[in-house]
Design a protein around this ligand. Structure first.
Ligand SMILES: [Zn+2]
Length: 309
């Protein structure tokens, strides 16, 4: 993967402005629009058979409609929060499952751990398991659509500063990003996408054109851990210090990475769904488990100790 070199980072200037602002919101992966764009790309690459299976499972809703759902679900089930990312330290080049993917909080004996790469494989298995109910398989599909998006958001594969949530930045001269104080993770979730100034239809068209121009279909394969390693590489490249200014040049350069990751997320999601839904009797490739872990437990009454990302 190439290195993007156009970053100009100035420190400190935003600090005073930040002190004047109140309220902090932490970001949760690609924002709503990023998740929808990934799903909209995937819809273009589904086989007719997979398309009809998706329609059977989701009813009136589309892949794009359900793509942001897991972020809403985690509000009620915070123990699923760690399913959305993987904490690879910036000092390491590659994902290590024992180091970077904690054992399941809800079920410590589960063979499935609490990170996005494990949960993609877990829900692939459940989506393809015809012994499960339509409702259970629909939930698996909804998680899968979301998590294949998440693993392509570079800052979901970086452990430092909670994936950049802990890095305050100023975005194009403002310390406020939408309704919250800017942080690096949120810039990658939402602001770079918003800054393109495209509506959903136009942005999807742009991604589909970029796929053709760059022959990205050739990169539609791979495994979740490979996808996480690539995301991690991008995040390390795009890291900035606390109180950095995110410049126009940074946005222009990194929007290339954002587009590639949104498009590849869509292509890979389609590849996964085409495989599973074309032959639902075929077992998904598990990491190790021989028994399916329990479904998420009932809604807890406690609030999470760690803010979500
Ligand atoms: Zn998420």
């Amino acid at each position: 993967m190439s290195t993007f070199s156009g970053k100009i980072i100035m420190r400190g200037v935003a600090a005073g402005a930040l002190l004047l602002c109140v309220g902090v919101q932490l970001s949760w992966a690609w924002g709503r629009e990023g998740h929808r764009l990934t799903a909209l790309v995937a819809e273009q690459y589904l086989t007719p058979e997979a398309k009809s299976q998706v329609a059977l499972l989701l009813g009136k809703e589309t892949l794009a409609d359900v793509a942001p759902w897991a972020d809403i679900y985690r509000e009620e089930y915070p123990e699923t929060g760690k399913w959305h990312f993987v904490d690879i330290p910036s000092t390491e080049a590659k994902f290590d499952r024992i180091r970077d993917c904690p054992v399941s909080q809800a079920d410590p004996k589960s063979p499935w751990r609490d990170c996005v790469t494990d949960r993609i494989l877990y829900f692939e298995g459940r989506l393809g398991d015809e012994s499960l109910s339509t409702k259970e398989r629909a939930i698996a599909l909804k998680f899968l659509v979301h998590f294949i998006g998440d693993v392509h958001q570079p800052f979901h594969a970086l452990g430092d500063a909670r994936g950049g949530n802990g890095i305050a930045v100023s975005f194009l001269g403002s310390s406020r990003c939408d309704s919250y104080n800017c942080n690096l993770h949120g810039v990658w979730d939402n602001m770079i996408i918003e800054e393109q100034g495209l509506n959903e239809k136009k942005y999807t068209e742009r991604l589909l054109q970029e796929i053709k121009d760059n022959q990205w279909e050739r990169m539609a394969g791979g495994e979740p851990t490979t996808w996480a390693n690539i995301s991690h590489h991008y995040a390390v490249e795009a890291m900035v210090p606390n109180d950095a200014l995110i410049t126009r040049e940074y946005v222009t350069e990194e929007s290339k990475v954002v587009d590639a990751q949104l498009a590849l997320g869509g292509l890979r999601l389609a590849r996964v769904l085409n495989r599973i839904l074309a032959a639902p009797e075929a077992p998904a490739v598990p990491i190790a488990p021989t028994t399916a872990p329990a479904a998420p437990p009932a809604a807890p009454v406690v609030t999470p100790q760690q803010p979500p990302r």
